[in-house]
Structure formats: C-alpha cells, structure tokens
Design a protein around this ligand. Structure first.
Ligand SMILES: Nc1ncnc2c1ncn2[C@@H]1O[C@H](COP(=O)(O)OP(=O)(O)OP(=O)(O)O)[C@@H](O)[C@H]1O
Length: 292
C-alpha cells in the first residue's frame, strides 16, 4: 500500500507529521514496524480521529506525536520522521531510562482513568497541581478547580474535590481526567480510547463532552477509538489505520458517505445499526483486506 499524503495543508498547522516511522525492537531480536510513513496535518482547533482495528498502530502514532513514547525495559523504540513538529517546534522524545516529559501545550487523556490518576491524592489536589503549573494558585486555583469540574458536568463538586479516584464511579473519573487535561490550557488534547471503559450511553456522553469542550476552548483534539461511527459524527477529519499505515485520511462527513478505501468502507459497514435490518451477514475486515 502506498502511504496517504495529505492533499490540503496550511503553512502553519498545529501539528505536522511527515513520513513518521515507529519501530519496536525487543531483546529477543523481534522487530516490528508499528507505524509506517504516517503523514498528516492537524490544524489549530481541529478535531481528528484515528480509527482502525486493534494493533493497527493508533496508540503508537498518538504517543509518538506527543513525545511520550520512549524505550523501556527490553524494548527499543526507534522514531524517525521527515518532519514531526508541534507549533512549529520539533517534538522531542527522551532516551531510555528517562521519565518521559510532557510536550508543553499537549495534554493526554488515557483509556483507564483509574491508572492515570494518582490513587491516593484527592481530585482537588491533582487539579491544583495542574493549575499551579499553568500559573494559577491559591483562591483562584480553588475556584478554577470547581469551575472545571462543573464544566465537565460533575455535580456536588465540593465532595468530588475531596474524593480520591476510587471513591468515584468510572464515568466520573473519566470526566475528572478530562477536567485535569483541559485545566492546564493545552492547545492539543490527545484522547486514547477515552470511551472504551464506559458503557455505550456513557461513551457517547464522554465523546460529546470532549467535542463540546474542545470546541468551546478552541483546543484541537486527536482521539483514538474503535468506534468509527462515533468518530465520524464527532470529528472534522479521520485517519484510518491498517497495519501501521494511514490507508485513508479525509473529511469525516465525506468518509461517512464516500470512503475510497475498501478497509474504511468495511469498518463503516461492519457496524450493525438498527436502521439496517435487511442485512443477514456483516462483512469481516479479514475478508475485505484479503481481497483488496
Ligand atoms: N512496547 C511494545 N513492544 C513491542 N511491540 C509493541 C509495543 N507496543 C505496541 N507494539 C506493537 O505495535 C503494534 C501497534 O500497537 P498499538 O498499540 O499502537 O496499536 P493500536 O491500534 O493502538 O491497538 P489497540 O487498539 O489494541 O490499542 C502492535 O502489533 C503491537 O503489538
């Protein structure tokens, strides 16, 4: 497959990715090219989704563009790119053994809020630390912490601020994660499977919240999900990944109706909907890729 190269580009995108390769090498000599020749631009305030089946390279690509992907244990990570810039500056990943550093201006929401949050610190203290990093302290920080919890739709904020993560439900924790991520004033929010630990109705609510908040704050969103229909509905552009490559990249509305790549069409078609009661058998992705 030949790599997809973006058709339109502005002179100053928020994030520019050109020819990005990410390779994992493990101690036993196994070598895996997890991302191959990825190229796309993300504009300020734009919402983009990365979709594709498990193992297609979505998380690897997203972590590489945040600078958080580093060699660990017996696994070597090799990142190379013709261009990988955020706000015009190169994204830098740290070497083996170093604690990965956050790229200023980029915040990340991970799939499992329970693991991502500090389990022993009250939510209010975790929010205060992020606000302090952004220059807001004291009374202003206390007000801002309550404000952010309200912005993500939480009620009884005084109780939530005093609670440890284990005292909250999964849906509440995910909202706290989103509040913490946005409280630092990022220009890009990367959300890796933010809805997969939630049931279908909570997942839709979390995606709507991410869309609405990033739109009102003017923050760009890069969201990873298996749910292509939810992504097509809530984002401006979608990158479809298969076996490490972006096989199709384009406007979400266009892809929903006129996807060009057979894999994208199959991803859309293999989701059953209540509206389509006529279909007997849904296509499988393996069938599509073996015949394309
Ligand atoms: N630390 C690692 N060491 C070796 N291989 C890895 C490592 N992390 C990921 N991989 C491999 O890289 C490929 C891409 O993985 P990645 O997690 O990026 O895919 P994904 O599309 O995000 O999958 P999922 O939807 O299941 O999270 C997979 O084949 C995976 O096994």
């Amino acid at each position: 497959m030949s790599p997809v190269v973006p058709q339109q580009s502005s002179a100053h995108p928020l994030l520019r990715v050109r020819g990005l390769d990410v390779r994992y090498r493990s101690g036993d000599g196994a070598d895996h090219l997890a991302v191959a020749g990825a190229s796309f631009d993300l504009q300020a305030g734009q919402r983009m989704a990365l979709v594709g089946q498990s193992g297609s390279g979505k998380t690897t690509l997203a972590l590489a563009v945040t600078g958080l992907l580093t060699s660990t244990g017996t696994t070597d990570v090799r990142i190379s790119a013709d261009q990988l810039t955020f706000e015009g500056r190169p994204v830098v990943s740290r070497g083996r053994g170093a604690i990965p550093l956050r790229t200023p201006g980029i915040a990340v929401v991970f799939q499992d809020a329970m693991n991502a949050l500090d389990p022993v610190r009250p939510v209010g203290k975790q929010l205060a630390a992020v606000l302090a990093g952004a220059g807001t302290t004291g009374r202003a920080a206390r007000d801002a912490a309550g404000h952010w919890l309200e912005r993500v739709g939480l009620r009884d904020v005084t109780r939530v601020l005093r609670s440890r993560p284990d005292e909250l439900s999964g849906g509440m924790r995910q909202r706290v994660m989103i509040a913490i991520a946005l409280a630092g004033g990022p220009r890009l929010l990367v959300a890796d499977e933010p809805t997969s630990a939630l049931d279908a109705s909570l997942a839709r609510g979390a995606m709507e919240l991410l869309t609405e908040l990033t739109r009102s704050e003017g923050v760009a969103l890069l969201v990873i999900s298996h749910d292509i229909l939810l992504c097509l509905e809530h984002t401006d552009v979608v990158g479809v990944m298969y076996d490490g490559e972006i096989v199709e990249f384009g406007d979400s509305a266009r892809l929903a109706e006129h996807a060009e790549h057979p894999y994208t069409r199959a991803l859309v078609e293999c989701v059953p909907t209540l509206a389509d009661r006529t279909r007997q058998w849904l296509p499988t992705l393996a069938d599509v890729m073996s015949t394309s």
